[in-house]
Design a protein around this ligand. Structure first.
Ligand code: TEU
Length: 519
């Protein structure tokens, strides 16, 4: 969940921890096991909190440390674990260490906690190298005394020097600070980026990866694993490991490192049987190799919502290049979203949902430019529409904005909600058996009640190429039709659930079904 957009208790138009606490019964009824919070720390919010100024306090717009402690207690009482986001790669320019480094000047020990370098050129006016940020533009900013500092992301996010013992020890303490308060797990932001080649060479060949997936990144997470284990075996490390090589990805899941990592291959897959089967096979093989559980992700706070991705006529899309230029077929996108989540929930491993996915929300693509906040939008000179469109405050109830997100009389939500969300509120969907919300509730209940779905192995069934079909033990089978014609089903004893109604005994296109096989 994205704390600023979940629920607003104090009426400032921005979500907060007390808003979240008031919605715990909703999450319990939905059937989730754990909640991952995007960063909740004190922050100038230049990148929605991924610019951390104080790792051991809550941002005042979100609440207080006492609110967080109460939240953890109440979540546990509701049977829900709490995972928080830790951002090791960078801080905020408002972090005291960065302010001290600025004040202390070139050559000072304070500057060694970050990557300060002189520039190139006669007057040092050229950045130390030409690395390009995933947020577009240079990764360097010059300070008044003439030195430059490295920021792989926005200029408000200076990179820590992970070769400095003070940085390493500081993060040990940050982990302990939150584990001591009962946090069950850590989501590790941009995990492969922490170690850099100290020469900061030009990127002649991406295989040299001078700042991503270097061997010493693993040293950091092995150390974090040992910190987690000081608390017994039940604290988890979950990595944001955005790498496309499944073997290098799985290296982060070796038995002495992280417990899990988000499967971006699956998230980025196009809607097609060959492609999905390849991703599933590669994922399971790579995880089996290291003995870790796989994960399946369809949405998060960084990517275009699935209804809009799959609702565009073309099947191929790239998550990296957001497209807002062609119309979305909402009916098509919704149908495929329903089929895709039933597939994900039938696969072995953990499934991560992103808030609003269970309501069938689409990307909000018409946010006025002057209201957009994402540095990706601004740094790309408005070429990339940015990630605000998947971060619009949730619609809970009522006929008009703020749709119960904020109390009556509150300020406008920090991003505008589309009036059409009237049909997507929790209130509008609850109790309607055809709604996306009730569909998610039903799936999660069935999944919890079907032990083979959690732990059993996957075995593919023979099926014609546009169909994916597999069993998970106990006669449970999942069949997905990714073709263009309705298809017959294997002989079954029970139809457990279908993402779209069967037509004449056939599985329609863009649909998934769960079956109990047998006569
Ligand atoms: O994302 C890291 C990351 O890899 C993103 O830049 C990603 O490439 C992009 O968002 C895809 O659209 C993490 C967080 O999830 C993101 O919200 C932060 O902005 C980023 O780190 C910096 O902390």
């Amino acid at each position: 969940m994205y704390p600023r957009s979940f629920a607003d208790a104090d009426g400032d138009g921005v979500g907060d921890l007390n808003g979240f606490r008031s919605r715990l019964p909703y999450l319990r009824d939905l059937g989730v096991d754990a909640v991952w919070f995007s960063p909740w720390y004190r922050s100038p919010m230049a990148d929605g909190g991924y610019d951390v100024a104080d790792h051991c306090d809550i941002d005042p717009t979100l609440g207080t440390l006492a609110d967080a402690e109460a939240l953890i207690r109440e979540a546990h009482a509701a049977g829900i674990k709490v995972i928080i986001d830790v951002v090791p790669n960078h801080a905020s320019t408002e972090h005291p260490w960065f302010r001290e480094a600025l004040a202390a000047g070139p050559g000072s020990p304070e500057r060694e906690l970050f990557y300060f370098r002189p520039g190139r050129g006669e007057h040092g006016e050229i950045a130390p190298n030409t690395w390009v940020s995933p947020f577009a533009g240079t990764t360097w900013t010059r300070v008044p005394d003439g030195e430059w500092y490295l920021h792989l992301f926005d200029s408000s996010q200076p990179d820590f020097n992970w070769r400095h013992p003070k940085v390493i020890e500081y993060f040990d303490d940050v982990l302990r600070f939150w584990f001591d308060r009962g946090v069950d797990g850590i989501r590790i932001d941009s995990a492969p980026l922490v170690d850099k080649d100290p020469a900061l060479p030009e990127v002649a060949d991406v295989q040299e990866h001078p700042y991503s997936d270097r061997d010493d990144a693993h040293v950091v997470y092995r150390r974090w694993r040992r910190v987690a284990e000081e608390y017994g075996g039940d604290r988890a490390l979950i990595g944001e490991v955005w790498l496309y090589d499944p073997v290098r990805f799985a290296n982060y899941l070796r038995p002495d490192e992280m417990h899990g990592a988000f499967n971006f291959e699956f998230l980025c897959s196009e809607w097609g049987a060959d492609r999905l089967r390849k991703v599933i096979d590669e994922t399971l093989a790579a995880h089996a190799e290291v003995g870790a559980a796989a994960s399946w992700v369809l949405n998060n706070h960084d990517v275009t919502r699935i209804v809009s991705r799959f609702g565009r006529a073309e099947t191929g899309f790239s998550v990296a290049t957001r497209r807002h230029d062609t119309p979305v077929d909402v009916e098509l996108g919704t149908r495929r979203a329903r089929a895709a989540i039933m597939l994900a929930l039938a696969l072995p491993g953990a499934v991560y949902l992103y808030q609003g996915e269970e309501l069938g929300l689409g990307e909000v693509e018409d946010i006025p430019f002057e209201l957009r906040t994402d540095p990706m939008f601004h740094r790309s000179n408005r070429v990339d529409p940015g990630r605000d469109g998947c971060r619009v405050p949730l619609p809970w109830s009522g006929d008009a904005p703020p749709f119960g997100f904020s109390p009556a009389g509150a300020a406008q939500p920090w991003l505008p909600q589309p009036p059409a969300w009237k049909a997507y509120t929790v209130q509008a969907q609850a109790g309607d058996p055809d709604s996306m919300l009730e569909f998610y509730r039903r799936m999660l209940r069935l999944r919890a009640a079907t032990p083979g779905l959690g732990d059993g192995p996957l075995a593919w069934l023979d099926a014609p190429p546009p169909v994916l079909a597999f069993t998970r033990g106990d006669g449970f089978a999942c069949v997905v039709n990714l073709g263009t014609e309705p298809v017959p089903l294997p002989v079954y004893r029970e139809l457990i659930l279908a993402s779209s109604p069967l037509t004449g005994g056939l599985l329609p296109v863009d649909a998934t079904v769960w079956l109990r096989l047998g006569q």
